[in-house]
Design a protein around this ligand. Structure first.
Ligand SMILES: [Zn+2]
Length: 136
């Protein structure tokens, strides 16, 4: 963690996740889609989880989806209480893939299963533009 606001984890791109962060830097949410079988994958993999194919081009998403599951966090990744609660959610994107993310722009007690959400971006550094979701 480096100079972020309390409880905000700043991701460090790896060789595997770098394409995701490069797209994110331009405000494009994407996932890998297997060229052999069409399976959508996130988080990034080096081989398809369904057919083990290794041709995994990055494909953009509309950034629209629904909350599949969520929990309300009181503590940050450093174990300290957060200044305000955060919502950690598993969002089901409309293209049929999932990502773990935060839901913002809405009181935590208003978040519900199946709620329609869309991506917005939080710039954490010159390299990291973090996708988070707001109610649609
Ligand atoms: Zn595949």
């Amino acid at each position: 963690m480096n100079g972020s606001s309390a409880g905000t984890f700043v991701p460090e791109p790896s060789w595997l996740t770098l394409p995701f962060w490069e797209h994110a830097n331009r405000g494009v949410l994407c996932r890998q889609k297997c060229a052999s079988c069409g399976y959508d994958m996130f988080p990034p993999q080096f081989a398809c989880r369904r057919c083990l194919g290794t041709d995994l081009p990055w494909v953009s998403s509309s950034g629209r989806g629904r909350i599949y599951s969520f929990t309300i966090l009181d503590m940050g990744t450093d174990g300290r209480p957060l200044p305000q609660q955060k919502v950690l959610a598993d969002v089901d994107l409309e293209e049929g893939w999932h990502m773990m993310t935060n839901v913002v722009g809405c009181p935590p007690d208003r978040v519900s299963f199946g709620m329609e959400v869309r991506v917005v971006w939080q710039r954490l550094s010159d390299r990291i533009n973090l996708p988070v979701f707001v109610p649609e």
